[in-house]
Design a protein around this ligand. Structure first.
Ligand SMILES: [Zn+2]
Length: 285
């Protein structure tokens, strides 16, 4: 019992257990966490399809799945008739490590292949994880035809995710060159300074992993209600994100009442008192 209480207090639990019923949903940090109450992304829907239809790594927080579905649908409405967005891995049903990723463990990460088109501007299905050069062009292996990033539809996708009521974007990992193409396009469209600043802030080329010149890795931030059920880390708390809940302020009387009801404290007081009375040494904390 003391062991269980100690674990809960120290925050060392790595998986939700009956000993820690308050932990649920996205638990822990993206590269060490787990996931409960996950939702699976359908094999396909309006404007999107799974890149690996049979994979079991298509689970995430329900709100992430909702946001992906509505952002893909928004692109399909904005530019009808285009190829679908191909969605790479999310997480396993119960989270934890999956092959090929350090993160993707807590239902807050997803890989999005680029939306692409022919050099002449005709939408094309993405051939997969193909590396694009700084000019937005790529020559897929075993192909004679270049493709390029469909910057307008890609921006619309990321814009929809940034403005989604279901999620707050923590990061969009993508290489500098693709970020520059997207931000230039957003500026040319006359997007608001606020939206462009947010996009520039969350787009990041990681220094310790792949450059992300072949896909965008989206990570969502913990929602305030998730933070109290175990969701943590994965990036800074951007200034525009909703604040985490603040606990009630306690009075001196509250602290005194809590201390009086704490069995360890009572036990300690009792032991200290007994030790003092007997003259024995008292163990430290
Ligand atoms: Zn990823």
């Amino acid at each position: 019992m003391i062991f269980a209480a100690g674990l809960a207090l120290s925050g060392c639990l790595s998986t939700p257990t009956p000993l820690a019923p308050g932990l649920q949903g996205s638990v822990g940090v993206p590269n060490q966490g787990v996931l409960t109450e996950a939702e699976e992304l359908p094999v396909r829907g309006l404007g999107f399809a799974r890149y690996r239809p049979l994979s079991t790594h298509y689970y995430g927080r329900p709100r992430l799945v909702r946001a992906l579905e509505s952002a893909a649908a928004s692109v399909a409405t904005h530019a009808p008739g285009g190829a679908p967005l191909f969605v790479g891995d999310l997480s396993a049903k119960t989270g934890g490590r999956i092959a090929g990723h350090d993160s993707h463990r807590s239902g807050r990460d997803v890989d999005l292949l680029f939306l692409v088109m022919s050099p002449a501007g005709v939408s094309r299905p993405s051939p997969g994880f193909v590396r694009f050069e700084g000019d937005g062009l790529a020559l897929p292996e075993a192909s004679k035809d270049y493709i390029r990033i469909d910057v307008d539809r890609e921006w619309w996708l990321l814009r929809s995710l940034l403005l989604s009521p279901d999620i707050d974007v923590q990061f969009m990992f993508v290489c500098h060159e693709v970020e520059a193409l997207l931000i230039d396009h957003a500026r040319a469209l006359g997007e608001s300074d606020d939206l462009v600043l947010r996009a520039e802030t969350v787009m990041l080329e990681p220094s310790d992993s792949l450059r992300h010149d072949d896909h965008v890795h989206l990570r969502i931030a913990c929602a305030p209600e998730e933070a109290v059920s175990g969701c943590s880390g994965g990036g800074p708390r951007w200034q525009w994100l909703p604040a985490y809940p603040v606990g009630p302020s306690l009075t001196a009387q509250d602290f005194a009442d809590i201390a009086r009801e704490d069995p360890f404290q009572l036990d300690g007081v009792a032991r200290s008192t007994a030790a003092l009375q007997s003259g024995d040494a008292v163990d430290g904390p």
